[in-house]
Unconditional design. Sequence first.
Length: 320
Amino acid sequence: MNPLRVSLSSLAVLLLPLALLATGAAPAQAATYRLDRTISDTRITESSGLARSTWSSSVLWTHNDSGDLNRIFAIAADGTTKATYTLAGANANDWEDIASGPAHSLWVADTGDNDRVRSAVAIYKVTEPQTLATGTLAATKYVLTYPDGAHDAEGLMVHPVTGRVYLVSKQATGAAIYVAPATLSANTANLLTRVADAPAYVTAAAFAPNGVGFVLVDYWKAHIYAGLGAAPSSFAKPSLFQGESVEVSGDGQTIYLGSEGGNSPVYATAWPSTTSLNLTPGSSSTAARNRRNAWTARQSPTCLRAWAMLNRNTGRGSTS
């Protein structure tokens, strides 16, 4: 774990109420959650992504954030690790998310870039084994570049039917969803295309198994989309130390939300409808942006400098 992230934890606590106002998080509706599992493996201290198994309805895949080895973990329904796999040919620079795709594929996003200095990022594709036993998986690397400069991206989505890859950038303003080419090249860089706006500070993303709906999460809310370009409906997340992961079950009925930290919980809630949760569509609308801009205008330079530091160096704002 980044020592600076820990040293600024108190700053995060002090600024969190301001952050909620700045991002328009306060109006989010409530949802009912149950504890699905607690990740008990002591090697997993910064779970930064979740992916449903393409073979088993109960297994969730995860990985650590930056600083760990190039490995993924298969987590059973009771929270124990069923198997650990090293991804041969993959570098663990700053892994941010994991997703399952068609043809029993798993994808890992090495797309973290807190300082916006990477000229290219990478994703890795492996075939999920049907029988779990700790070992090594051969990974195919795909290099991705942005059309508009470097971005920190913590959300990865892989279309469950077409296999098309999407990244979601993480930033205070101007966040976006990018799509990779329909056919990826393992030999040359693949240029991403910006296709839609995204909420501020997205930390994870996941398609529903129908490939139409999807969910994006920030530190405070989950945003449900009926399709690309649609206005989201949003609801409050459970209290998490540092919520950086989301997944949708294979039957499309459940959303899983996870967190970094040791013995980290994974919560589950039903895929909502705007009727059942009385949600307000479009919570990341112009009104929310206006609230954020008004909040910024009211702050002192000292507060804004502290908030900028928090955004860059801690998980409460804008980091891995």
